[in-house]
Design a protein around this ligand. Structure first.
Ligand code: NCD
Length: 332
């Protein structure tokens, strides 16, 4: 059975970061506060040795540039040592099971794992079954969740959007069905009090029953984007183009591409976001991606601060549970 509380210590501190199950508004606000503390007046990253003497292992079973690199930068800014395990060349390809590999890595005294995996539930499996006493941070698992991306999106919205969360209209556009970013963004936006969350995309790329998560569904871009404050364009997975789910790039751009004309239907001070990697001319026009309304590069910088926050908090949470554990073992 799933145990949402696996992420939390008995006193409610974060000790893994897998998804938003069981987390409260206060947890998200605490992550934002901690992340803001790593940003200087110009938004520059401030180094702090919160992870000095620890080793962070980056386990990426799926390709990634931005996420892996920003986790690495974040760990180094906190004075941790970082080891990147290149899974494509590791012995899992020689038949070693994930479990065996993780146990070996744990025996090499890793203090934290950042994991990206193509299977939904991989990070939770690690936290529950393999190394519950080592912080596991989910860097994206299948279609399920990408919680640090969602938190960097929330930090970007908090710092760059024209109004507070409770007054915002936010639209997510594109392949909602296969997007772990969309799922995590929706969960985080709801916890932070955003009332108007819209998802825009073709029927074939919209999960059935998504309305029950409290979002409004639009199949017509012009209607969905009207008067929003935040526009989040999602990556169109090229592997799905030409399939039964999606016609051609040109067709997608014609119907759902974020062009200047469509952006003009949002509020005049709306901000534009994208998790990357972007397909210019497919989900977003180049001129919009590079416009003054775009905060896409700021997202990358804020991603470092958010990842520093999550790493420092889970490290502190695990240390606290270790102390609680040893205290409970002292004979009375
Ligand atoms: C996202 C991912 O991998 O889920 N990208 C990222 O983390 N920067 C979005 C995507 O690739 O579609």
């Amino acid at each position: 059975m799933r145990q949402p509380e696996i992420q939390l210590t008995p006193s409610g501190q974060l000790r893994h970061f897998i998804d938003f199950d069981g987390l409260t508004t206060a947890h998200l606000e605490a992550i934002l506060t901690q992340a803001n503390g790593y940003l200087g007046p110009q938004g520059e990253i401030i180094n702090r040795p919160d992870l000095a003497g620890t080793t962070v292992m980056n386990l990426f079973f799926e390709p990634s540039t931005r996420t892996r690199t920003t986790f690495e930068v974040a760990a180094k800014r906190l004075s941790a040592d970082v080891i990147n395990i290149d899974i494509a060349r590791s012995s899992t390809t020689k038949g070693e099971s994930l479990l065996d590999m993780l146990q070996n890595l744990e025996a090499m005294s890793a203090d934290m794992f950042v994991v990206r995996h193509g299977s939904s539930g991989a990070a939770r499996f690690m936290a529950e079954k393999v190394c519950p006493t080592i912080p596991i941070i989910n860097g994206g698992d299948g279609w399920h969740a990408h919680p640090t991306q969602a938190m960097l999106d929330m930090l970007t919205i908090q710092r760059e959007a024209p109004r507070p969360f409770s007054e915002l209209s936010v639209a997510l556009i594109g392949d909602i069905k296969h997007s772990r970013v969309a799922r995590s963004d929706i969960a985080a936006l709801k916890l932070l009090g955003v009332k108007d969350i819209r998802v825009i995309g073709p029927r074939t790329l919209m999960p059935k029953g998504i309305e029950r998560f409290g979002v409004q569904v639009f199949h017509q871009m012009e209607q969905g984007i009207k008067d929003v404050d935040v526009v989040i364009a999602l990556r169109i997975q090229n592997e799905r183009l030409g399939s039964a789910l999606l016609s051609t790039k040109e067709e997608f751009y014609k119907l759902y591409g974020l062009s200047e004309q469509r952006l003009a239907l949002a509020k005049p001070d709306a901000i534009v976001m994208h998790p990357g990697p972007m397909n210019r001319g497919v989900e977003i026009a180049s001129s919009v991606a590079d416009s003054a309304q775009s905060v896409i590069l700021k997202q990358v910088n804020y991603g470092i601060a958010v990842r520093m926050a999550v790493m420092a908090m889970t490290h502190a949470g695990q240390s606290e549970s270790a102390i609680e554990q040893s205290a409970s073992e002292v004979p009375l």
